[in-house]
Design a protein around this ligand. Structure first.
Ligand code: ADP
Ligand code: MG
Ligand code: MG
Length: 366
């Protein structure tokens, strides 16, 4: 009998559309010749309002690639608000479709908050059904840029200088805020990067070059998250390494991203033709090996499992390799860096999906 794979996609984050694209690619891979006799897909679509749908609608979304929002109990204004702002509170109540009970192994392919941050992983853990990817701790650590940096620091991985802040500090009384900015200027300088700690896809990130820009960016980031990080800016090449496995994880070849924008922002990431992937990155062998080694250390440092993409800054002038971040549910579309790195390393897309499911089963049985 076939293993029933609960493909869980969509979600309430700003990366809803990316998730749909990733899910389509994974569904295709599960239906590929080498997998079709092993796996049966049960798709679950999480609407932008947080409600889970099983059956027809998810199939439709997978087929078309277009998000749907069933309008039950929502006024048109509420629907618009939800569709245009994924940060709004869920209006839909979480319901568990009856098909949930039929799943043998979950494949959550959700990006960003509520998908990549340990929340879904906690729910699936309570269900006691195996699932692909990191558990609660690895997911939460990998999502929060402050927690992640603390773990990297502990593991001895070099990274940029940073300062962690809270929304309360940023929105504190007007006497405290200037001191905070003074400190950032003195320790990090310009340009620096202001980021909400728990987002992805560059949402809410600003590169700032002046006091004025710093103040605006901090206020803006505080609107996205309670936790905020400010980092010293580096001029560097951006290189990425894919990790696959559990206790004995493996690192892929290293890839590079190039673009003409000021930094790798949302628009550059998701506008066709704005960024180029280079696989493998043209790097000295020793540098590639060191990046692979650091990627595996980072994977262990945050307690990741199954898969992760680890991103680095390579400062060519000095030879320095700085870790930027780990992504525990990286983009998984047919053209995404993660599957492409593995394809070049000899693991095809269908094989990759198969390996990830087997890793989920292995982790669950231990
Ligand atoms: P996300 O999780 O949203 O991808 P990142 O921390 O990777 O956030 O930042 C997004 C992009 O912003 C990076 O790919 C890079 O182009 C730029 N960036 C972020 N931090 C720095 C930094 N400290 N120095 C230089 N560029 C940075
Ligand atoms: Mg990220
Ligand atoms: Mg990034």
């Amino acid at each position: 009998t076939k293993l029933r794979v609960g493909l869980l996609f969509g979600g309430r984050s700003g990366e809803h559309e990316v998730s749909i694209s990733s899910a389509r690619a994974i569904a295709k891979a599960l239906g590929a010749e080498e997998n079709a006799s092993k796996y049966e897909i049960l798709p679950f679509y999480i609407q932008k309002d947080g409600r889970w749908l099983a059956g027809e609608t998810p199939q439709q979304v997978l087929g078309s690639g277009i998000p749907l929002l069933e309008s039950q109990n929502l006024t048109p204004q509420e629907q618009n608000k939800l569709a245009s702002n994924p940060q709004t509170q869920a209006l839909g109540r979480w319901q568990s479709p009856s098909q949930v009970a039929e799943v043998d192994v979950w494949f959550p392919i959700l990006h960003g908050p509520n998908g990549e941050d340990g929340t879904i992983q906690g729910l699936l853990t309570l269900m006691q059904v195996p699932f692909v990817g990191s558990g609660v701790l690895g997911s939460a650590m990998g999502m929060d840029k402050i927690a992640m940096k603390m773990a990297f620091e502990q593991a001895g991985l070099p990274q940029v200088k940073y300062k962690a802040l809270t929304r309360a500090q940023v929105w504190s009384n007007p006497c405290v805020f200037p001191k905070l900015c003074d400190e950032i200027e003195a320790t990090l300088g310009y340009p620096c990067f202001v980021k909400p700690a728990n987002l992805g896809s560059s949402v809410g990130i600003a590169k700032v070059r002046s006091r004025q820009e710093l103040e605006t960016a901090l206020d803006n980031a505080a609107g996205y998250d309670r936790r905020i990080i400010v980092e010293a800016g580096v001029v560097a090449r951006e290189v990425e390494c894919a990790v696959l496995g559990n206790e004995q994880a493996q690192a892929s070849v290293v890839g590079e991203i190039t673009f003409n924008s000021d930094f790798y922002d949302y628009e550059t990431k998701y506008t066709e033709g704005k960024a180029d992937l280079h696989i493998p990155a043209s790097l000295p062998d020793a540098v590639s090996r060191q990046i692979q080694d650091m990627a595996l250390q980072a994977f262990t440092a945050v307690d990741a499992a199954g898969l992760a993409r680890v991103d680095f800054f390579y400062v060519e002038a000095t030879g320095e390799i700085l870790i930027n971040e780990i992504n525990t549910l990286p983009g998984f579309t047919a053209t995404s860096m993660y599957p492409q790195l593995w394809a070049y390393s000899g693991v095809s897309f269908p094989e990759l999906v198969d390996r990830l499911i087997q890793l989920a089963l292995e982790r669950h049985s231990k």
